[in-house]
Design a protein around this ligand. Structure first.
Ligand SMILES: NC(=O)c1ccc[n+]([C@@H]2O[C@H](COP(=O)([O-])OP(=O)(O)OC[C@H]3O[C@@H](n4cnc5c(N)ncnc54)[C@H](O)[C@@H]3O)[C@@H](O)[C@H]2O)c1
Length: 372
């Protein structure tokens, strides 16, 4: 029997290609796993009306950890139009399966390390080492939205003094998304960030919010962060507004290390951080909860490249490296990281985004060969 059971979710488009390349690397490092294929993505939405079928939710519970490639998501009307005819008009609403997975399993930590590998010509600057802790289950991405805005929701909004200027807007001409921050939700993501900073020797944790405008939600996030920081006397808590932070990250990225923030801000800021160290081909994430953990490259299904064996699998390989760390296999994780670093610094094997013509599968093989 294999040592680990790993949920295997290639999903859509190039998710399949980067996952195949990553499997070559996991095999080369001697990872002893049984891989369980789990259905996720656009085809399952179209055929069954569910991009995250119940059998996948059950399957994930039985795995020690899971690796996920990418999915395709489309806006409401397009999603409805692509449903199997028998399912159309039945009230099914498409929701991103990765967002749902994070909520169903309370995968509250989204950890996104963005490290400038020496010799990567795509680095914005050498020496960048940023780790974004994005809250994964609350904020703007709860999916609690209304359109039209009528009934009890409308009544509740009308009771707020700032709603006055919207009073004349008809219900069907208005949409409403909610931003929910809880004290516990904010505390646990900030705590995860501080614990990471402590374990890896970062002197600061920067909390990124907008409390001067989002007084209640960002205000609570910051207050919770201050409480958590008291438990980590050796690490400084820095507070920065989201708008200023994107500027500072471009101006002085080397000043920052661990960053903690809410869902939407974390989504935006982690793509910026990814671009500072080479782009989506290098950006991996771990979605970690109490019992379930799902690791992924942060890019999407990149439909224009699907079938060309062209995109960079390094992001997915780094996601697998994070998974090995999570499983308590630091030696294997280090071997994978060192092999990626070696291939990048050698500069001979480069996918299209790195200025070369190495295929996705060849990059996976080159990393595997470097492991030996
Ligand atoms: N986590 C996810 O699965 C996820 C994330 C983002 C977007 N999406 C979905 O993916 C689909 C396509 O979205 P998109 O085109 O905006 O984003 P995308 O991340 O799929 O691709 C955007 C661009 O980034 C580059 N890119 C992406 N992955 C790369 C890689 N591994 N190597 C090199 N370059 C890479 C390519 O130039 C690509 O055209 C949409 O349906 C979107 O909803 C899914």
């Amino acid at each position: 029997m294999a040592k680990y059971t790993i949920g295997w979710m290639p999903g859509d488009g190039v998710g399949n290609e980067v996952m195949a390349a990553t499997r070559t690397v996991l095999d080369a490092v001697g990872f002893d796993a049984e891989y369980v294929n789990l259905d996720i993505g656009w085809d399952f939405w179209c055929q069954e009306g569910d991009a995250l079928p119940a059998r996948t939710v059950e399957g994930l519970k039985a795995c020690d950890a899971s690796l996920f490639g990418a999915i395709t998501s489309k806006p409401k009307a397009e999603a409805e139009a692509e449903l199997a005819p028998a399912l159309q008009g039945t009230g099914l609403v498409y929701r991103s399966p990765i967002v749902r997975m994070r909520q169903v399993f309370d995968l509250y930590t989204n950890c996104r390390p963005c490290r400038a590998f020496p010799g990567n010509k795509l680095n914005f600057e050498d020496g960048i080492d940023l780790v974004v802790f994005r809250e994964n289950t609350e904020g703007m991405y709860t999916g609690i939205e209304w359109s039209p805005v009528d009934g009890e929701i409308r009544k509740a909004l009308e009771s707020h003094p700032n709603f006055e200027r919207f009073k004349s807007v008809p219900a069907e001409k208005m949409s409403f998304s909610s931003r929910i921050i809880t004290w516990d939700g904010a505390s646990r993501i900030v705590r995860a960030a501080f614990e990471y900073a402590k374990e890896h020797g970062y002197p600061t944790v920067t909390v990124v919010e907008k409390p001067n405008v989002l007084r209640e939600t960002s205000g609570m996030f910051i207050d919770a962060a201050k409480e958590v920081a008291k438990d980590f006397p050796g690490i400084e808590l820095w507070e920065t507004n989201i708008d200023a932070m994107v500027m500072w990250l471009v101006k002085n990225p080397q000043n920052y290390g661990v960053i903690a923030t809410s869902n939407l801000f974390g989504d935006v800021i982690s793509d910026l951080c990814a671009q500072l160290v080479g782009g989506l081909g290098f950006a991996a994430a771990g979605n970690v909860g109490q019992d379930v953990a799902v690791f992924e490259p942060t890019h999407g299904s990149a439909p224009k490249y699907y079938g060309l064996d062209k995109v960079n699998p390094i992001a997915c390989v780094l996601a697998a490296k994070m998974m090995l760390d999570y499983l308590g296999e630091p030696e294997m994780a280090t071997k994978v990281l060192d092999a990626v670093a070696q291939v990048i610094s050698d500069g001979e094997v480069c996918t299209y985004d790195m200025g070369g013509d190495t295929k996705c599968s060849e990059m996976g093989q080159a990393i595997a060969d470097t492991i030996g």
